[in-house]
Design a protein around this ligand. Structure first.
Ligand code: SAM
Length: 267
């Protein structure tokens, strides 16, 4: 058996997605440990997607890694992770910067988008970079997509590109809602000056801004409210305002934001 054949053994997480359907691509993964990170294949019977619907599943591949004083699931191939990254994947174009490599899934799908000419992935952790290399994740892509990708080991909060960046997809966080997210995204954009931005969980952070501006939990986002909130951020956020996006955000927020009143003020 050749090395490359050996590398692509393992499981296809797309086959474990049960009644969740997506046209997006999945590499095969193998279980293993890389420094403080581990990839595991686990059984699962169901899970909630980002937009609130529940799906029957068979299992998933999950990336566990260090978080604060403990460990956390940083990424897994489940409907919630797929739905919360697909808007950015679809909108990516030209030179796209992906901040946070994780399981390489988002970067691979960005590279498969024909509107994308080049993908620069910035990842701070050498063990994550080794994991993706050992498993040959990008080597499983068609050559035209694989050739677009370059991985840089650096801190996403300080890294600066060597040229113009058309779109930015950022996912360096373990949780949807984190008090520092807006500050992180602003720092990224100050350094990168991307033409458009999609960041993981941005809908929940926009919901935070809606709560903050009303001083209470809204029932729903009114027409024009979301566009005004996006405009107030001063960031070129990819938004689907007016296409049912507002209602989807309101539904998702029921599941993925903290339950305590006033959470939106935490800074
Ligand atoms: C949630 S995972 C990304 C998952 C990825 N979107 C995928 O589709 O597989 C977050 C990644 O960001 C990395 N990361 C966290 N903070 C970072 C930073 N400041 N700079 C660069 N990478 C960072 C983590 O090591 C991890 O690999």
């Amino acid at each position: 058996m050749s090395d490359s054949a050996e590398m692509i053994e393992g499981v296809d997480p797309g086959q474990m997605l049960g009644d969740f359907a997506t046209p997006l691509w999945f590499p095969r993964f193998r279980e293993g440990v890389w420094g403080p990170w581990s990839l595991r294949v686990i059984a699962m019977s169901g899970a909630r997607g980002y937009w609130g619907r529940t799906y029957n599943l068979h299992g998933t591949v999950i990336l566990m890694g260090p978080f604060e004083k403990d460990a956390a699931a940083w990424m897994s191939i489940v409907p919630m992770e797929i739905e919360s990254q697909e808007i950015g994947i679809a909108a990516a174009h030209g030179h796209t910067v992906v901040l946070g490599l994780g399981m390489g899934w988002c970067a691979a799908n960005v590279a498969l988008n024909p509107a994308v000419t080049r993908v620069t992935v910035v990842e701070r952790d050498p063990d994550i970079i080794a994991l993706i290399e050992t498993l040959g994740v990008f080597g499983q892509l068609p050559e035209a997509a694989r050739a677009k990708i370059a991985v840089v080991q650096d801190d996403a909060l300080t890294w600066r590109p060597d040229g113009a960046v058309d779109s930015l997809q950022a996912d360096i966080w373990a949780k949807f809602v984190e008090p520092r997210k807006w500050d992180d995204v602003r720092r990224m954009q100050d350094n990168i000056d991307a033409g458009s931005i999609y960041f993981w969980g941005q809908e929940m952070e926009l919901w935070r801004l809606a709560c903050r501006s009303r001083g209470a939990l809204p029932e729903r986002l009114e027409e024009g409210e979301l566009a005004a909130l996006v405009a107030q951020t001063g960031l070129p956020l990819i938004s689907q305002s007016g296409s049912g996006y507002e209602d989807r955000i309101a539904e998702a927020s029921r599941w993925w934001t903290p339950k305590e009143d006033g959470w939106w003020d935490a800074r």
